[in-house]
Design a protein around this ligand. Structure first.
Ligand code: NAP
Length: 492
C-alpha cells in the first residue's frame, strides 16, 4: 500500500522511518525528497521521532508537499505518542499532522468497533486481542461471522500484519443444541460476580502439563491436592500451597473432582486401579492424550467404579494453561460438566462436545492432524528453500501470511466435503494442482532433499484424478481417505 502511495506522490514527499521488533531500530532515512523543504521538515521532526522510536515497534512519518505530516506506527505508550504529535505539530513548516499512531489495545478496539458496526456479526462472542501486529480472534461463531470478521480486519485494521484466526466455527443449530462455554469471566481476568468459595481439586500426574494445571488452580485459590509417581515434582507446588497426597487413592479421596494427566492410558489405568474405592462418587476428568476407543473404555471402567467420567483434550502447551487461548475439549458425563464446569473453566476456554466420551479425543486428534499437516508443510518448505541457504527464520515471514491466506479457502472446501459436490465453486482444479505438485517433487529431488513428506499426498492426488475427480477441487481427496482400500472409486 505504501508503495502505491509513494508512486502517487512521486518524489514530492520526505519520509522518516523506523522498522524493527521492539522499536530498537534506528530512525532516519529520508527518501524521495526532491524539494529541500520536505527534507528540512523531515530533518526537524527526526529528533522527536528518534525519542519516540524506543517506544514504537514501527514508525513512519511522511512529509507531504502541503506541509502535512502523516504519522503511522505502532507504539507502546499513548501519552508519549500524543506528546510527539504535539511537538511535530508545533514544528516550523508543519501545517497539519495526521496521527495514525496506535497502541495494540487501540488497534484491538478499532477492530472490535468495526465488528460491532457490522450487523452480520454478533460481535459480543468475538474476542479481539492484538500484539505486535498480530490480531488474534477468539470465540465461537457461525461461518458467516468468521468470514465477516476476517473481512473487517482486512478492511479496517491498521498495522495488522497477521491475523490469527482462533474462531471456532459452529452451525447455529449445533451451537444452540450443544452446551458449550467460551472462556468464562475468570479466564478473561474479570472478577466473577459475587464472592464464592473455590472447591478443592485433585491433580494426578505432575509432568509438564500436570504442573501447569495444578499451578493454575492454585493461582485461582482452589485447594489443590497433588500426587505424582516421582513425589519431588510436587515440591514447588507444595511450596506454593498445594497439598501432597501420599497415595493416588488419598489424592482422589480428598476432593470431588480428580483430574488425571499422565503419559498414556496404560499409566492412567495403573494409577487409577490403585485408587480402589476412592473413585466412587468422584468426577474423574482424564486429560491424558489417547484414542476415542481408549476414552470410551476408560469411561465404562470408571462408571463401574461409581465415578462420573469426563474425557478431555488439551489444545494448548503448558505455558498457555489458564489463558483463554488454551482450548480444552470435553466429552462424557454431563453431570460432571454441570457440577465442575466453572472450576474447569480456570484452565482456559472449553467446549463440551456431548455425552460420548470418545468425542473429545476424536476432535483432539483431528485438530492435531491439521497441526501436523502444517508442520509437515513447514518442514518441507524450509528444507526446500534451505537448499539455497535461505534461513527458515527469514522464510517464515512469507510462509505465515501465505498459510493464513490459504486458510480462507477452507470454508469452501469444507462445504464441498459436506455436500459431496467437489465441483462447486472450484478455486483450483485438481488436475492442474496434481501437475504443479509434480514440480514440487521434481524440484525437491533435484535440490537433493527427501520427498517422503510429499509423496503420500501425490499418490492420493493421482488416484483421485484417475478416478475422475480432476475437474473438481482438492477436497475430493477425502473420498479416497474415507476408503483407504477403495479399489475403483469413480466420480459421478
Ligand atoms: P510428561 O511431562 O512427560 O509427564 C508424564 C507424566 O506421566 C508424569 O507425571 C510421569 O510421572 C507420569 N508417568 C509416566 N510414566 C509413568 C508410570 N509408569 N507410572 C506413573 N506415572 C508415570 O508429559 P506431559 O507434558 O505432562 O503430558 C501429559 C499428558 O498431557 C500426555 O498425555 C500428553 O499427550 C498430554 N498433553 C501434553 C501437552 C504438552 O504440550 N505437554 C499438550 C497437550 C496434551 P513421573 O514424573 O514420575 O515420571
Amino acid at each position: 500500500m505504501l508503495m502505491g502511495m509513494q508512486q502517487r506522490l512521486g518524489s514530492r514527499f520526505a519520509q522518516v522511518r523506523s522498522e524493527g521488533a521492539g522499536g530498537r531500530a534506528a530512525l532516519a532515512t529520508v527518501v524521495g525528497a526532491e524539494d529541500l523543504e520536505y527534507a528540512t521538515v523531515a530533518a526537524r521532526i527526526t529528533p522527536v521521532l528518534t525519542d519516540l522510536a524506543p517506544h514504537a515497534s514501527s514508525l513512519c512519518a511522511t512529509v507531504t508537499a502541503q506541509g502535512a505530516v502523516v504519522l503511522d506506527g505502532r507504539v507502546s505508550d499513548p501519552a508519549l505518542a500524543a506528546e510527539a504529535v504535539a511537538q511535530i505539530a508545533a514544528t516550523p513548516g508543519v501545517r497539519r499532522v495526521y496521527n495514525h499512531l496506535y497502541t495494540d489495545a487501540q488497534i484491538a478496539n478499532l477492530i472490535t468497533a468495526a465488528l460491532a458496526l457490522d450487523e452480520r456479526t454478533t460481535w459480543e462472542t468475538i474476542d479481539v486481542a492484538c500484539e505486535s501486529g498480530t490480531a488474534v480472534l477468539r470465540g465461537i461463531v457461525t461461518s458467516v461471522e468468521a468470514r465477516v470478521a476476517a473481512e473487517e480486519i482486512a478492511q479496517h485494521a491498521p498495522l495488522v500484519w497477521h491475523v490469527e484466526n482462533r474462531l471456532v466455527v459452529e452451525q447455529p443449530t449445533e451451537k444452540e443444541s450443544r452446551m458449550h462455554t467460551y472462556a468464562d469471566d475468570t479466564a478473561y481476568g474479570r472478577q466473577p460476580g459475587g464472592k464464592q468459595e473455590c472447591p478443592p481439586v485433585t491433580i494426578i500426574g505432575l509432568g509438564a502439563m500436570g504442573q501447569a494445571l495444578a499451578g493454575t488452580f492454585l493461582q485461582h485459590g482452589h485447594p489443590t491436592i497433588v500426587w505424582n509417581r516421582s513425589a519431588s515434582k510436587a515440591d514447588s507446588l507444595v511450596a506454593s500451597g498445594a497439598t501432597r497426597a501420599a497415595t493416588a487413592a488419598d489424592a482422589i479421596a480428598a476432593s470431588r473432582l480428580a483430574i488425571v494427566c499422565v503419559l498414556d492410558y496404560d499409566v492412567a489405568y495403573q494409577i487409577l486401579d490403585s485408587a480402589g474405592e476412592a473413585l466412587a462418587g468422584r468426577a474423574l476428568v482424564n486429560l491424558t492424550n489417547g484414542t476415542p476407543q481408549q476414552a470410551r473404555e476408560l469411561a465404562g471402567w470408571a462408571r463401574e467404579r461409581g465415578a462420573q467420567y469426563l474425557d478431555g483434550g488439551i489444545m494448548a502447551v503448558p505455558p498457555m494453561i489458564g489463558r483463554p487461548e488454551a482450548l480444552l475439549l470435553y466429552s462424557g458425563s454431563h453431570e460432571a460438566v454441570e457440577a465442575h464446569g466453572e472450576t474447569l473453566g480456570r484452565l482456559g476456554s472449553r467446549i463440551y462436545l456431548g455425552s460420548d466420551p470418545g468425542l473429545a479425543a476424536l476432535y483432539d486428534l483431528a485438530l492435531l492432524s491439521g497441526m501436523y499437516g502444517m508442520f509437515a508443510g513447514f518442514l518441507h518448505a524450509s528444507a526446500l528453500v534451505g537448499t539455497e541457504r535461505v534461513k527458515a527464520t527469514e522464510f517464515i515471514g512469507l510462509l505465515i501470511p501465505w498459510l493464513n491466506a490459504m486458510t480462507e479457502s477452507l470454508p469452501s472446501l469444507a462445504d464441498q466435503i459436506d455436500t459431496g459436490d467437489y465441483t462447486k465453486d472450484v478455486a483450483s482444479n485438481l488436475e492442474m494442482q496434481t501437475t504443479a505438485y509434480t514440480n514440487i517433487i521434481a524440484a525437491s529431488q533435484a535440490q537433493g532433499i527427501s520427498t517422503e513428506l510429499l509423496v503420500p499426498m501425490q499418490v492420493l492426488m493421482e488416484r483421485a484424478v484417475a478416478a475422475g475427480y480432476g475437474a473438481g477441487d482438492i477436497s475430493s481427496l477425502i473420498e479416497l481417505i474415507r476408503q483407504p482400500k477403495a479399489q475403483s472409486t469413480t466420480a459421478n
